[in-house]
Write a protein that binds this ligand. Structure first.
Ligand SMILES: O=P(O)(O)OC[C@H]1O[C@H](O)[C@H](O)[C@@H](O)[C@@H]1O
Length: 539
C-alpha cells in the first residue's frame, strides 16, 4: 500500500508544481458548466467546490489518491467497529450513536440506545418537574462542566439552536480560569440548577477543579446531603463518577469507542437534550445519520465528505497551503470554527503515520474562523491580498429564522461576494478603469493601483444549508467529522488519538506544586524566569 499511496501523492504533488496550477479563472472560462460539474448534494446540503483550482485531471488524480488510500475500505472498517484507532486499540463508532449501521455498528447502536432511552426518560422527567432539586424546586437551568471535546461540540450546538422559551437555560463552564466561573455565577440560582459534569475520562484536571468548585457552591446553598440531587455525570469512567459522589442513577455512560471530539451525540449531549428538548436532540442525530448514509453509500465521485477531504488534500499536498479559514454566514454558528479547530487540528495535527514512521507529506492545516460578515472586517484583508492564499469554507444558510429580510439579504450577498471576489480578483486595468470612472486624477491612480489590485484565483468551498435547524446542523457536523476521517486515510495518520496534548499536562504538575508551596523545581531557564516573575508580581 505504501508505494501505491506514495505514488498517488507524488502525482498530486506533480500537478501542484505545474505552471498555473493554482489558477481558477481559466477553469471557469473553459467550462461554462463548471458549477454544475463541481457542486454536489448530499443529506440536504450542497457543496460547491468549483471555486478551487481542481481541473478534471487533478480531480482524477485525487480520486486515484482516495483509492490508493483505501478510503472506502477504511470507512467500512470504521462502520463495522474495527480497531481504526490503532494507538489506543479502539474502534471509532460515533456513527453507531446515530443508528443506521449494519453488523457490529448495529450492535453498538443497541448498546448506545440503552443510554439514549435513559437520557430521554430523564430529560422528560426533568421537564415535567418530576425530577427536582433539593428544595423541591423545578430545574430551569442546566450548567455543563467540561472542556475540549466535552465542551466545544455541545456549546457550538447550543449557540446554534437554543432560543428563548426552550425547555431549560444552558450555561457552560469550560475553562479552569476562575473568571469563567465568576462570569456565569450571577446567572445561576443553585436551587434551580442541574449540574452536568461531562468528562470522558473523569480525570481531566480542569474539569475536576471546576466540578469541586461548583459542588462546594451547591453544598453551601442546599446542604451537603441535598447537593447530590443537583448533579449528574456523563462519562466512560463509572468508578471515578462514583468516587466523586455522583449517584449511580445519575451517571450517563458512553463507551471508549466514542472519541471526545465526536461525542456530542452520546450521553455527552445530555445538556442539549435538556436545553433544546428531546425531539430537537433526536433531529440532530437524524441529520447526522442522513450524512452517515450518504458517506457510506454515495460513490466516491459524489461523496461530500470525501470530496471535501480531497479539496483539502489538494490544497495542502498539491499547492502547499497549510491553513484554512471557516466563515459561517450565520451568527448562530459562531462557535463552529472553535469546534472545527478541535475536530480537525486535534485529529490531523500529526507527524507520524499509523505505523509510527514519519509522514512523508504535510498533514493537518491550521484552521481558524469567525462568522461573516464580521470576519470581513477583521482578517479577510489578509485572505484577499496577503502573500499566501488561505482557502476558505463559506457556509451559507438560505432561509433565516427571523423577519429582518433586508439583513439576511445583506448577509447572503456578502458571503457570495467574498467568495467571488477571492476567485475573480481585480487586476490593474480594472482598478484604473474604475478609478477613472469615479473621477480620480492620474497621479492618484498611479499611486493607488498596486494597493488596490487583488490577485484573484484564491480558492474557496461554499456549503449551502437550507436552514439552520437541528437536522441540517447534524448533517453539517457529520460532514466535517467524516471529512476528518477521510483525511486520516489520505495522510495515513490516526485521527482518533491526541498524544501531543499529554506533555503539557505532565509538565503542569511540578509547576502547580511550585506555585502552591513555593518549593523550587528545576526547569528550563525561561520557565524558571517566568515563574519567578509571576511570583514576584503576586507578592
Ligand atoms: O472528556 P475529557 O476526558 O475530560 O477530556 C477533555 C479533553 O481533554 C483532552 O486533553 C483532550 O485534548 C481532548 O480530546 C478531550 O476532549
Amino acid at each position: 500500500m505504501d508505494d501505491v499511496l506514495e505514488d498517488a501523492w507524488a502525482r498530486v504533488e506533480e500537478f501542484g508544481r505545474r505552471p498555473g496550477a493554482s489558477a481558477i479563472r481559466p477553469l471557469f472560462t473553459a467550462d461554462p458548466k463548471r458549477f454544475d460539474r463541481y457542486s454536489h448534494r448530499g443529506a440536504g446540503l450542497l457543496l460547491d467546490m468549483s471555486k478551487t483550482a481542481i481541473s478534471d485531471e487533478v480531480r482524477e488524480a485525487l480520486f486515484d489518491l482516495a483509492r490508493a488510500a483505501r478510503v472506502e475500505q477504511g470507512r467500512d472498517a470504521m462502520a463495522n467497529g474495527e480497531i481504526v484507532n490503532n494507538t489506543e486499540r479502539r474502534a471509532a463508532l460515533h456513527m453507531a450513536l446515530r443508528g443506521g449501521l449494519p453488523g457490529a455498528g448495529a450492535a453498538a447502536h443497541e448498546d448506545a440506545l440503552r443510554t439514549l432511552t435513559y437520557m430521554r426518560a430523564f430529560t422528560e422527567s426533568v421537564h415535567r418537574g418530576e425530577v427536582r432539586g433539593a428544595t423541591n424546586q423545578r430545574f430551569d437551568t442546566v450548567l455543563s462542566i467540561g472542556i475540549g471535546g466535552s465542551d466545544l461540540g455541545p456549546v457550538m450546538v447550543t449557540r446554534a439552536l437554543w432560543r428563548a422559551g426552550d425547555p431549560m437555560r444552558p450555561v457552560h463552564l469550560g475553562n479552569v480560569d476562575g473568571h469563567g466561573w465568576e462570569t456565569v455565577l450571577p446567572m445561576l440560582d443553585p436551587r434551580r440548577t442541574l449540574v452536568l459534569i461531562g468528562s470522558k475520562t473523569f480525570t481531566t484536571a480542569e474539569t475536576m477543579a471546576n466540578a469541586r468548585l461548583v459542588r462546594a457552591w451547591m453544598e453551601a446553598s442546599v446542604g451537603r446531603n441535598g447537593a447530590s440531587a443537583h448533579f449528574a455525570a456523563l462519562s466512560t469512567n463509572l468508578a471515578a463518577c462514583e468516587a466523586f459522589g455522583i449517584a449511580a442513577d445519575r451517571v450517563f455512560p458512553f463507551r471508549d469507542w466514542v472519541g471526545g471530539r465526536f461525542s456530542l451525540w452520546s450521553a455527552l449531549g445530555l445538556s442539549l437534550a435538556l436545553s433544546l428538548g428531546w425531539e430537537r436532540f433526536e433531529a440532530l442525530l437524524d441529520g447526522a445519520r442522513e450524512m452517515d448514509q450518504h458517506f457510506l453509500g454515495a460513490p466516491l465521485e459524489q461523496n461530500l465528505p470525501i470530496l471535501l477531504a480531497l479539496v483539502e488534500a489538494w490544497h495542502v499536498g498539491g499547492l502547499k497551503i497549510h491553513r484554512r479559514a471557516v466563515l459561517p454566514y450565520d451568527e448562530r454558528l459562531r462557535r463552529l470554527p472553535a469546534h472545527l479547530q478541535q475536530l480537525e487540528m486535534e485529529s490531523l495535527g500529526k507527524s507520524v503515520r499509523r505505523d509510527g514512521t514519519p509522514t512523508p507529506w504535510s498533514t493537518g492545516p491550521v484552521v481558524f474562523g469567525e462568522p461573516g460578515t464580521s470576519a470581513q472586517h477583521s482578517f479577510m484583508q489578509l485572505v484577499h491580498q496577503g502573500p499566501n492564499p488561505v482557502p476558505v469554507d463559506f457556509i451559507l444558510v438560505a432561509k433565516s429564522d427571523h423577519r429582518h429580510d433586508e439583513n439576511h439579504r445583506i448577509l447572503l450577498a456578502n458571503g457570495l461576494a467574498q467568495a467571488a471576489a477571492l476567485m475573480v480578483g481585480r487586476d490593474a486595468d480594472a482598478v484604473k478603469a474604475e478609478m477613472r470612472e469615479a473621477g480620480a486624477d492620474e497621479e492618484t491612480i498611479a499611486r493607488l493601483v498596486p494597493h488596490r489590485v487583488s490577485p484573484g484565483d484564491r480558492p474557496s468551498n461554499t456549503i449551502v444549508m437550507p436552514r439552520l435547524d437541528p437536522q441540517a446542523l447534524g448533517s453539517l457536523i457529520a460532514l466535517y467529522e467524516h471529512k476528518v476521517f477521510v483525511l486520516g486515510c489520505l495522510w495515513d495518520v490516526n485521527p482518533f488519538d491526541q498524544w501531543g496534548v499529554e506533555l503539557g499536562k505532565v509538565l503542569a504538575t511540578p509547576i502547580l506544586r511550585e506555585l502552591t508551596d513555593g518549593r523550587r523545581v528545576p526547569h528550563d531557564s525561561s520557565t524558571s524566569g517566568l515563574l519567578a516573575e509571576i511570583q514576584r508580581l503576586q507578592r
